[in-house]
Design a protein. Structure first.
Lengths: 196, 291
């Protein structure tokens, strides 16, 4: 069952099957039903998730009741609340399943523990951490400075098939624009690119 | 039994239903419900008869794309309003058929028709995905709507037993819908005791949906409302007799023996073509349709 996660790791770092067996004892696979809540704001999360199939999201709800999507996590993506995982603090976000999802549940401290047995897991940790910071920096820059069209074009590059999997309002929420603006962007693109 | 009888391979009950949008409660007979050979028919969603409560805001499925095949909607109860990005729109009433060729790409939306939605009532539909051969997958989209009154009818008996020929031909009666590969789609409407005989090449994949009533096939198997009858790829002749008043959707077609790659609403031959379809859709190359 963990085969997919093993393949994912082996594509990132030189880890043998035997080493993987040594560090996979504490990993569990969990299935979340569509719309199932995984983490509530205010809870202290002790787990991260690696999505094997399906789709998770993290989001906040503002004082007016509006949802803001922080991240989508489709196949091969990680999703966690670092407040809980690393600082033992309450989460600012909610996590739920948009589709029925199978995920590897990664316990707190897992990577540090694994690195004691298989040192290259440290390198792996650095790689995904740097990747994650790079992703956040780009996302901050997009939200501060990009036009609605630039945000959408960036989104379809990052998450090509999500336009077929989530409703428009969720994409708009992730992009920080109104559903009407998203609709306008898509309409403008169609006018530019659609040929009869 | 005659030597050239096309025999039943299985009588299948409807798999558990799922919702498509909030307007269609469908049993998928294939490809996910049962792994049966039905090419060129790729998918069969059957909305068994169900009552919807009255609602001002029509239920349905919002704007979504298709590429690489045709969607065929056949209505038995209730009514569906359809709009697409090529500017086609129409209402599919009981007995009507809508044959939409998505081919290189179209956006459409399907909702319960406003008046039906306000009143509520019985709803029963079939939606088929008919695959296209590789050479036609990127042809221009088109739309064939056929009203019940205009469907070619082959009368079998004086008491009203008849075959409505939607596509292909039944004996000398030809359906008005044009298809890319040889396909027969009929509605057989039989009174109790009514009989019909069909002849399809052995290689054609063939299946019946029992929309209403109960029938006996080849003097042996019995199938009833909501079941799907799948036939073997041997023999050519099928006989049916209605044990009760019956409506049977008859599907038979020459298989398209090409690789299939499917993702969501796209049905192509290769994974690269699927990636291209996703990218084209995202970039607005399917056009635009207001939600």
């Amino acid at each position: 069952m963990l085969e997919q996660f093993k393949t994912y790791l082996q594509n990132k770092v030189a880890i043998t099957d035997e080493q993987f067996a040594l560090i996979s004892g504490k990993l569990k696979i969990k299935t979340f039903e569509r719309n199932e809540m995984i983490l509530m704001k205010g809870e202290v999360s002790a787990h991260g998730y690696f999505v094997m199939s399906g789709l998770l999201r993290s989001y906040s709800i503002d004082s007016k009741g509006k949802t803001h999507i922080i991240q989508f996590a489709p196949e091969q993506w990680w999703l966690s609340d670092r407040n809980g995982m690393l600082f033992n603090e309450a989460s600012d976000f909610f996590i739920d399943a948009i589709e029925r999802t199978e995920a590897v549940v990664i316990p707190k401290d897992y990577i540090n523990e694994a690195a004691k047995i298989v040192p290259c897991m440290h390198d792996f940790n650095h790689t995904i951490l740097n990747n994650s910071i790079r992703f956040m920096q780009k996302r901050i820059n997009m939200l501060l400075s990009a036009t609605a069209e630039e945000r959408y074009l960036n989104f379809i590059k990052l998450y090509p098939n999500l336009t077929l999997r989530v409703p428009q309002w969720m994409i708009a929420s992730y992009l920080g624009i109104t559903p009407e603006s998203l609709s306008r962007v898509r309409k403008d693109l169609a006018h530019k690119h659609f040929k009869v | 039994m005659e030597a050239n009888t096309k025999q039943v391979s299985a009588v299948l009950s409807p798999p558990a239903p799922h919702m498509v949008g909030d307007g269609f409660r469908v049993h998928n007979f294939f490809p996910s419900g049962y792994r049966i050979k039905m090419s060129p028919f790729f998918l069969l969603d059957y909305n068994a008869k169900i009552g919807f409560s009255a609602r001002n805001e029509p239920r349905g499925v919002g704007v979504h794309p298709h590429r690489g095949f045709e969607t065929v909607t056949i209505a038995y109860h209730g009514a569906v309003a359809h709009h697409d990005s090529a500017g086609n729109s129409g209402v599919i009433y009981p007995g009507d058929v809508q044959w939409m060729t998505a081919a290189r790409g179209i956006l459409h939306k399907e909702f319960h028709e406003a008046e039906y939605s306000k009143k509520g009532g019985d709803f029963q539909m079939v939606q088929l995905w008919v695959n296209l051969p590789a050479k036609d997958k990127m042809s221009p989209p088109k739309y064939q709507g056929v009203k019940h009154d205009n469907i070619a009818k082959h009368v079998l008996s004086q008491n009203g037993d008849a075959i409505e020929v939607i596509a292909g031909a039944y004996q000398d009666t030809k359906g008005s819908v044009s298809t890319f590969t040889p396909i027969n789609v009929y509605n057989a409407r039989l009174n109790k005791g009514g009989k019909a005989a069909f002849s399809f090449p052995a290689t054609y994949n063939t299946g019946f949906v029992i929309i209403e009533g109960r029938i006996q096939i080849n003097d042996s198997e019995v199938a009833e409302t909501d079941q799907f009858v799948h036939f073997k790829n041997e023999g050519t002749e099928i006989k049916i007799e209605a044990l009760e008043d019956a409506v049977v959707l008859i599907l038979s077609g020459e298989p398209i023996n090409e690789p299939v790659a499917q993702y969501g609403p796209f049905l192509m031959n290769t994974a690269e073509e699927i990636q291209q379809a996703i990218s084209d859709y995202n970039q607005g190359k399917f056009g635009y349709l207001e939600e």
